[in-house]
Design a protein. Structure first.
Length: 552
């Protein structure tokens, strides 16, 4: 329930739309039931009037029938329009909220999740929450209100008949839905879990298709996807069978309700307490009132799957941020000197990434970190960018790094990470993310210093060339240089470069290193590399031992 309240709080700005959709739903069901009731009463009254020769004013009820028919049709259209608008607005609010909750967790807080699992939670689980309002909350609210109004209406004519109708509606609208929910609880949970695993398997299979082909594991991955798909279909079939059973029983309740009302109210006609047309009206109204309970079984059956999606989302967003923000952030420092004193970094689970590290990087100097993989070079970059927490002390211009707000600290750095991300946009758009207001001259200079200028000029579309999702339309070296140009364009006072020439041929690497050496002169630069060619731009080289060796 707490997760439900929290998720509804996210969409509180859409409560007006949600309430309007519920009200329209009640109006539509009421209009349909009253249309049936008035039509039955009108036909019966006309028959009696014709048989007895008594005068009968048929203008008013016929006008009412037309009005109710129009109200039902227009109301149904508006109800669909408003409820779907509310659902889409709610999903928009939810996606924005989810992104804001996940952004502080990245990257360290999301390392335990596979990319396919994250994609599944961000897309599949969020999309399934469209059903939360549209298929669960709205039907339950509309059904409950409509049942109450139907019982009150029948009670105005005959209390015993209203009691019978109430029992039948509770059977169809409460007992059967609860039975369906109980039967669908485990299949719904398994269905949501299997859907997430299937999305993860498909995503990982597509992303790693080349590796799977080289290792001869395509068949194994195909069998895994096929197994998950078969199990998911089986669970969905179970849910469909449960839904069919509850719907069939609910339909049977319609006939049961009319028979019960007839049995109770029929003798009232012979006793003179109820007219024949009124009895017909109550019978048809009772049959039409079952629409109020018709959507409740499907709503409660769908609840377990939506609850599982809610659980998966809140499991993700409920994780603590890997880096705590200071209560009273210090102002950004004016100096760029970096000092590490006995710094350690150990994740919650796993071996230390850095242990007892000390280093002085004076302002305006370029320091290269040289060491084997796993020695902590990339971890040092992540600590400076406040992606991970640390033990010991890191000062920036004399200010403790953890006393700076993360956003303030990151504004002081330009960074090329070890695995840069390219967005599904053009080359120019990817580079200009760093500084959208940059001039064309500044952009060309960044391209030249990253060794891209000739390549870009040789492309038919130039900077308007799309790079594809994750940079799939460019080579690894070209993608890395695009990310390097982005880092250079930001032109922050501190520059972090993690393997800037990875994937480049010898000649291109030599040119890029020479340009970077000239561009970064007088800047504070921290360079992580295992390539000796990059050391030409460094004023000082620091060799890092393996973390385990350092601990011993």
């Amino acid at each position: 329930m707490r997760a439900l309240r929290s998720i509804l709080g996210v969409g509180r700005r859409q409560w007006g739309w949600m309430l309007a959709g519920i009200v329209l739903g009640v109006i539509v069901i009421a209009a349909n039931a009253l249309l049936m009731a008035l039509s039955g009463w009108f036909i019966a009254s006309m028959a009696i009037s014709g048989a007895s020769g008594a005068a009968f004013n048929y203008f008013l009820p016929s006008a009412g029938i037309r009005a109710l028919a129009i109200l039902r049709t227009v109301g149904r259209y508006l109800e669909r329009l408003v409820t779907h608008e509310a659902a889409f607005r709610f999903l928009t609010s939810l996606r924005v909220w989810l992104f804001r909750r996940l952004e502080p967790l990245a990257p360290a807080g999301l390392e335990g999740y596979a990319s396919g699992d994250l994609a599944g939670r961000l897309r599949g689980d969020v999309d399934s929450l469209e059903n939360l309002y549209l298929r669960i909350i709205a039907p339950l609210a509309v059904g409950g209100c409509s049942i109450l109004l139907a019982v009150i209406f029948v009670a105005l004519w005959d209390r015993a008949a209203s009691f019978v109708l109430c029992m039948v509606l509770l059977l169809a609208g409460v007992a059967l839905p609860l039975l369906g929910r109980r039967l669908a609880l485990e299949p719904g949970r398994r269905s949501a879990r299997l859907a997430g695993e299937l999305r993860t398997a498909v995503t990982e299979g597509l992303q790693g298709a080349e590796e799977l082909t080289l290792l001869g594991c395509i068949q194994r991955q195909t069998e895994r996807v096929d197994d998950l798909s078969s199990r998911l279909v089986a669970e969905q079939q179970r849910l469909g069978n449960i839904n069919a059973l509850t719907l069939a029983l609910a339909s049977g309740c319609g006939g049961l309700g009319m028979a019960g009302v007839l049995a109770v109210a029929g003798p009232r006609v012979t006793d003179g307490f109820l007219s024949g047309p009124a009895l017909v009206m109550l019978l048809l109204f009772s049959g039409a009132a079952l629409e109020a309970a018709g959507s409740l079984p499907a709503a409660l059956q769908m609840a377990p799957a939506v609850a599982e999606s809610l659980r998966r989302i809140f499991q993700l967003t409920g994780a603590p941020a890997p880096v705590a923000e200071p209560r009273k952030p210090e102002p950004p420092p004016a100096q760029t000197e970096i000092v590490f004193r006995d710094v350690s970094c150990t994740p919650a689970a796993g071996r230390p990434l850095l242990w007892g590290f000390s280093l002085l990087v004076p302002a305006g100097t370029r320091v290269a970190l040289l060491g084997p993989s796993g020695s902590g070079k990339s971890t040092i970059m992540a600590l400076l960018l406040r992606f991970r927490d640390y033990g010991g002390s890191i000062t920036l211009g004399g200010t403790e790094l953890r006393c700076l707000a993360s956003d303030q600290a990151r504004r002081l750095f330009s960074a090329l990470p070890q695995q840069p991300h390219l967005f599904n946009a053009t080359i120019g758009e990817n580079i200009l993310l760093a500084r959208p207001e940059a001039s064309q001259e500044e952009l060309r200079l960044a391209l030249a210093d990253s060794g891209l200028i000739r390549w870009v000029e040789g492309l038919p579309q130039g900077l308007d060339t799309p790079v594809g999702e994750g940079g799939c339309k460019v080579s690894g070296g070209e993608g890395r240089r695009i990310a390097l140009a982005r880092a250079l364009l930001k032109d922050a006072p501190l520059l972090l470069l993690d393997e800037p020439t990875e994937g480049l041929d010898v000649e291109t690497e030599r040119q890029v290193v020479a340009r970077l050496a000239e561009r970064t002169r007088g800047k504070t630069v921290l360079l992580a590399t295992h390539r000796t060619a990059c050391l030409a731009m460094a004023d000082r080289v620091v060799r890092l031992p393996d973390v385990q060796e350092n601990r011993s």
